[in-house]
Design a binder for this molecule. Structure first.
Ligand code: VG1
Ligand code: CO
Length: 543
C-alpha cells in the first residue's frame, strides 16, 4: 500500500448547508467527488496528521463504500486513528458522544438525515468538531473555501477494512478501532434517566410503539427499550436499518410517519408512540390520540426535565431556533431561566452548551437535545418523555392539557413548498425583504402587522454574526409567520413557512392547529404571494 496523490480541480456547489453537504447519491458516487470533498474537509480543519477521528453513518446506500474511501484518505493524510461504528453505523448523537468520550479531534458522519436514501435519492457528509458538535460557521467557511481552490487529494492505493469485525486493526500506519455503535450511548442514557422507573412502567403494562423508520435508531431502540428497559419485543417497529429506508422517507412527522400515526389514533392505541429519523437525531412524540408538536415537546421537557436524574439540579437555560414557537420561552420566563433564540441548525447551540449557558435546546423540526452531547438526539428525547410519564403517572394528553392551562398554547404549524423553482423562491424572499420597513400597520384580513424584520444572530459566545436567517412578520395579538429557504434540500428550493399564534383563553386550547392558524395562513399567502410565485395551490408537507 502506498500513498497516491491524485490531481483534482475545484467543484462548484460543494457548499455545506444547514448540516453538512447533501447531494444526490449519484453525485457523491461520481469519480473523485467524495474524495475531493473529504480532502477539502481535511484541509479546511488544518489537516488530520496525528489526529483521531470518529467515523460512521446512518447505513444508507453507499455508506460502507464511502467509509472505505474516507478511511484510506485519513490514513494517507497521516491520521493516527479512526474509531468506526461496527457495520459503518453510528447515529449522529452516538457519534457526537464518541467524539467527546474518547476526546477525538472530530468526526465524519455520513448521512443525509431525514432525506430518503438509495441510488436515486440522497447522500450526505458532515464534519463534527472536537466538542462533538456540527462544524461551526467559521470551520464551515474554511472547508468551503478549500473546495474552491483544491488541486489534489491523497489516498492509499489499496487496503480494505472489514467493518463487521469488532476490535483493533491497522490501515497503512493508521490504527482502526471498530466499536459497538450502541454500547457507549446506551450507557450514557442509563446515567441520565431513571431506568428503574421506566422499567416499572413497562412491567405495569404501559404500551409503546417506536417507529425506527428502517433507519439507524433501530439497533439503539431494540437494545435500550426492549433489552434494557424491558419493553415487550415488537415495541420497536421497522428496526432494521436498510440502505433505502424501506423505500420510505425517514422523517419523523405525521406525514412521513403515517403508519405510526394510524396506530396512535386507532381505538386501541398504545399509551405512547415515537419515531426517529435517518440518522437518529430527530424525534416525534405522540400519545394516544395526541400528537405533540416539537415546539410544545421542547417546552414540556424544559418544564419537567428535573424529574430525570441527569437534570435533577434544574436547567441553566433553554435555547430554541428562531422559527421554533415561543412556548419554551414562556416556561423559561416562569422559571426564571435564561432563554436564547438562534438561527436554524444545531451548530448554533454548540457554543451556548459549551459555555454552560443552556442545558436544553430544540428546534421545531423535531430536534431536541441537551448538554449530554452536541447534537440533537432522538432517543434521548423519547427517554426523557418516558421518564416524565413514569414519574408523573399522567398520560401524554393529560400532560399537554396541564401544560397549556398553565402557560397558554402556542398553536404552531410549518408549511413546506418543496422543489420550487429556485429563482421564484429567491424572488419571494427578496420581495419580502424589500418591503420589511413598510409592513408595520398593514392589515391583512382581521390581522394587523405589528412589525417585521430579517433575523440576524450575534453569537454571545464567539461574537460572530449570522445574517439572513429568515424573514419574520409579527401580528398584533401574538401571531407570527416566518419565511425561510431550506439549506438541506437537493431539488430546487424548499420554502418553509412557519406559522404561530398564541392562545391564552382557557376555552380555546383544544382547537385543530390548522383551524386556529387559518387567519395567519391566509395572511402569509397575501403578504408573500406564495401561491402566485410558486405556482402551487398549497404546501406539499404540513407538519
Ligand atoms: C432542516 C431543519 C433544521 C435542522 C436541519 C438538519 O434544515 O429545518 O431545523 O437543523 O434540517 O436536521 P433546513 O435548512 O432544511 O430547514 V437533520 O436531522 O436533517 O441533520
Ligand atoms: Co437527522
Amino acid at each position: 500500500m502506498s500513498v497516491q496523490t491524485v490531481q483534482t480541480t475545484p467543484i462548484e456547489g460543494q457548499k455545506p448547508g444547514t448540516s453538512g453537504l447533501r447531494k444526490k447519491t449519484a453525485v457523491f458516487m461520481e469519480s473523485g467527488y467524495l474524495e475531493n470533498y473529504t480532502q477539502a474537509i481535511f484541509d479546511g480543519i488544518g489537516g488530520v496528521e496525528g489526529k483521531t477521528l470518529v467515523v460512521g453513518g446512518d447505513g444508507r446506500y453507499f455508506n460502507d463504500v464511502a467509509i472505505g474511501t474516507i478511511l484510506r484518505m485519513a490514513a494517507a493524510n497521516g491520521a493516527a486513528k479512526c474509531i468506526v461504528g461496527q457495520g459503518g453505523l453510528l447515529s449522529t448523537p452516538a457519534a457526537s458522544h464518541l467524539i467527546r468520550k474518547w476526546k477525538a479531534d472530530g468526526g465524519l458522519i455520513l448521512s443525509a438525515s431525514h432525506n430518503p436514501g438509495g441510488p436515486n435519492a440522497d447522500f450526505g457528509l458532515k464534519y463534527n468538531g472536537p466538542n462533538g458538535g456540527p462544524a461551526t460557521e467559521g470551520v464551515t467557511e474554511k472547508i468551503f473555501a478549500r473546495t474552491q481552490e483544491i488541486d489534489s487529494y491523497r489516498i492509499l492505493d489499496g487496503g480494505e477494512v472489514d467493518l463487521g469485525v469488532l476490535g483493533e486493526s491497522s490501515l497503512g500506519d493508521m490504527q482502526i478501532e471498530i466499536v459497538d455503535p450502541v454500547a457507549d450511548y446506551a450507557e450514557l442514557m442509563g446515567e441520565l434517566f431513571d431506568f428503574g422507573a421506566i422499567s416499572a412502567l413497562f412491567t405495569g403494562g404501559f404500551r409503546m410503539c417506536f417507529d425506527a423508520m428502517h433507519a439507524v435508531t433501530g439497533p439503539y431502540a431494540h437494545e435500550i427499550l426492549e433489552n434494557r428497559l424491558g419493553a415487550p419485543a415488537g415495541t420497536v417497529m421497522n428496526g432494521a436499518p436498510s440502505p433505502d429506508f424501506g423505500g420510505g422517507h425517514p422523517d419523523p412527522n405525521p406525514v412521513w410517519a403515517k403508519a405510526l400515526m394510524d396506530i396512535m389514533y386507532a381505538d386501541d392505541a398504545p399509551d405512547f408512540g415515537a419515531a426517529s429519523d435517518g440518522d437518529g437525531d430527530r424525534n416525534m412524540i405522540v400519545g394516544a390520540h395526541c400528537y405533540v408538536s416539537p415546539s410544545d415537546s421542547l417546552a414540556l421537557l424544559a418544564d419537567k426535565a428535573d424529574l430525570a436524574p441527569g437534570y435533577a439540579g434544574g436547567l441553566a437555560g433553554v435555547a430554541r431556533s428562531m422559527p421554533t414557537s415561543a412556548a419554551a420561552d414562556r416556561v423559561a420566563e416562569a422559571k426564571g431561566m435564561a432563554s436564547f433564540e438562534t438561527p436554524t441548525g444545531w451548530k448554533f447551540f454548540g457554543n451556548l452548551l459549551d459555555a454552560g449557558t443552556v442545558t436544553l435546546c430544540g428546534e421545531e423540526s423535531a430536534g431536541t437535545g441537551s448538554n449530554h452531547v452536541r447534537e440533537k438526539d432522538g432517543l434521548w428525547a423519547v427517554l426523557l418523555w418516558l421518564n416524565i410519564l413514569a414519574k408523573t403517572g399522567k398520560s401524554v394528553s393529560e400532560l399537554m392539557a396541564d401544560h397549556w392551562a398553565t402557560y397558554g398554547r402556542n398553536y404552531y404549524s410549518r408549511h413546506d413548498y418543496e422543489a420550487v423553482d429556485s429563482g421564484a423562491a429567491n424572488d419571494l424572499i427578496a420581495n419580502l425583504r424589500a418591503r420589511l420597513g413598510d409592513l408595520a400597520g398593514h392589515t391583512v384580513g382581521d390581522l394587523t402587522v405589528s412589525g417585521a424584520d430579517e433575523f440576524s444572530y450575534d453569537d454571545p459566545v464567539d461574537g460572530s454574526t449570522s445574517s439572513g436567517q429568515g424573514i419574520r412578520i409579527y401580528f398584533e395579538g401574538g401571531g407570527r409567520v416566518v419565511f425561510r429557504l431550506s439549506g438541506t434540500g437537493t431539488d430546487g428550493a424548499t420554502l418553509r413557512v412557519y406559522l404561530e399564534q398564541l392562545e391564552t383563553d382557557a376555552g380555546a386550547l383544544g382547537k385543530d392547529p390548522q383551524e386556529a392558524l387559518a387567519g395567519i395562513i391566509a395572511a402569509a399567502d397575501a403578504l408573500a404571494e406564495i401561491k402566485v410565485r410558486t405556482g402551487r395551490d398549497g404546501p406539499d408537507v404540513i407538519t
